[in-house]
Ligand binder design. Structure first.
Ligand SMILES: Nc1nc2c(ncn2[C@@H]2O[C@H](COP(=O)(O)OP(=O)(O)OP(=O)(O)O)[C@@H](O)[C@H]2O)c(=O)[nH]1
Ligand SMILES: [Mg+2]
Length: 338
């Protein structure tokens, strides 16, 4: 997961190092040859950064310019949204240039922390305690899932039903996808496998009505959470997008979660924005992260929409759902082993 992105960040660290060494060559040479070998190159940026940590020297903007520009291009090539790539490099620059630090740490640590802080700031926008919010809310909590075709909405609902059950919260699924032939059978299969109650209407029915029925069922039976599926639709289809607005008004869900696949990269980021405009979302589920090396959508969606990524889909099984934890993601991206 996100291995390509990880490589890019590793490359940036190396670039900063070699850039600093080249800069070092331009300096007037210290007492020729009498010192240890590494003094020939002048202090590497890692060393400078370490000195910066003690407040003794500072990293200059010039030294960072080329590596940061390369990083920005790499991020863009990795489908990170333009504003987000800029934000990340700006933050790294801000943190590294001219900063004086009290704690003693290695230069590599200083650089790594600057990258980590920049990423964390960008991807943790809007994060909230999903489970805590569910527990605190009046029951049933109604969650509606939106997104384009085939991205994993129905699968994510099934996974979330399992996730909730493991935490002692009961759920009922509602098949608001009254559009696609076979949608009822598909979700019924999941419901059976998971032993979860499912409410369906016949094909062509009103999606809002199905979800509404499920809310009544949950009310009457003390079920904690209603998981409302919707038909996949293109964000460019005005009618279908307007229908989402109608579901929103009729059902008045506690949460609307936008689902998209990580592999869609920049497209997923753009669609998140469009769906948020049609029926305001509270967060996103990013599926197929197991197949995505770029990480562009994972890095961009929260910053662009102001709404957090709440879950990652990491496979086709019911247990392949992870809470999106910004700290853990950043750790994973900066960890050294391959
Ligand atoms: N590898 C992988 N596959 C996934 C993941 N989530 C869903 N899928 C697969 O993606 C395909 C589509 O999933 P669905 O849940 O049917 O997608 P949908 O958004 O409900 O599709 P429509 O209802 O047609 O719009 C299925 O084959 C799923 O098994 C994931 O996290 N990883
Ligand atoms: Mg579906």
């Amino acid at each position: 997961m996100f291995d390509g992105l990880k490589d890019k960040l590793g490359k940036f660290k190396n670039d900063v190092e070699s850039e600093a060494e080249t800069e070092g060559d331009d300096d007037s040479t210290p007492d020729a040859g009498s010192e240890q070998a590494d003094s020939d190159d002048g202090p590497g940026l890692a060393k400078k950064a370490a000195l910066a940590a003690t407040g003794r020297t500072i990293i200059t903007e010039e030294e960072l310019e080329a590596p940061l520009e390369a990083l920005e291009l790499e991020l863009l090539a990795g489908d990170v949204e333009m504003g987000v790539a800029r934000e990340i490099t700006d933050r790294i620059r801000e943190q590294l240039v001219g900063d004086t630090r009290k704690q003693v740490e290695s230069g590599e640590q200083v650089i790594e922390r600057a990258i980590g802080d920049a990423l964390r700031d960008v991807i943790s926008v809007g994060q909230f305690d999903f489970e805590g919010r569910l527990r605190a809310a009046d029951k049933p909590v109604v969650i509606v899932f939106t997104g384009v075709n085939g991205v994993g909405k129905t699968t994510s609902i099934a996974k979330l039903s399992r996730w909730l059950e493991e935490r002692g919260l009961s759920s009922v699924m509602a098949n608001g996808d009254t559009y696609r032939a076979g949608a009822n059978e598909q979700i019924e299969e999941h419901a059976e496998a998971l032993d979860t109650k499912i409410i369906t209407h016949q094909q062509g029915g009103d999606p809002a009505a199905v979800i509404y029925d499920a809310v009544e069922y949950a009310d009457a039976n003390g079920v904690d959470v209603v998981l409302g599926d919707t038909a996949g639709r293109l964000h460019t289809s005005n009618d279908l997008m307007a229908q989402l607005g109608k579901i929103d008004r009729v059902v008045d869900p506690d949460m609307t979660l936008f689902v998209d696949e990580a592999v869609a990269g920049q497209d997923a980021t753009n669609r998140a924005k469009e769906f948020n405009d049609a029926a305001e979302i509270d967060g996103a589920v990013l599926t197929k992260a197991d197949a995505d090396s770029q990480g562009g959508a994972a890095i961009s969606i929260a910053h662009v929409t102001g709404k957090p990524i709440l879950f990652l889909g990491t496979g086709q099984g019911y247990d392949d759902l992870e809470r999106f934890d910004p700290d853990e993601i950043v750790d994973r991206l900066l960890r050294d082993e391959a």
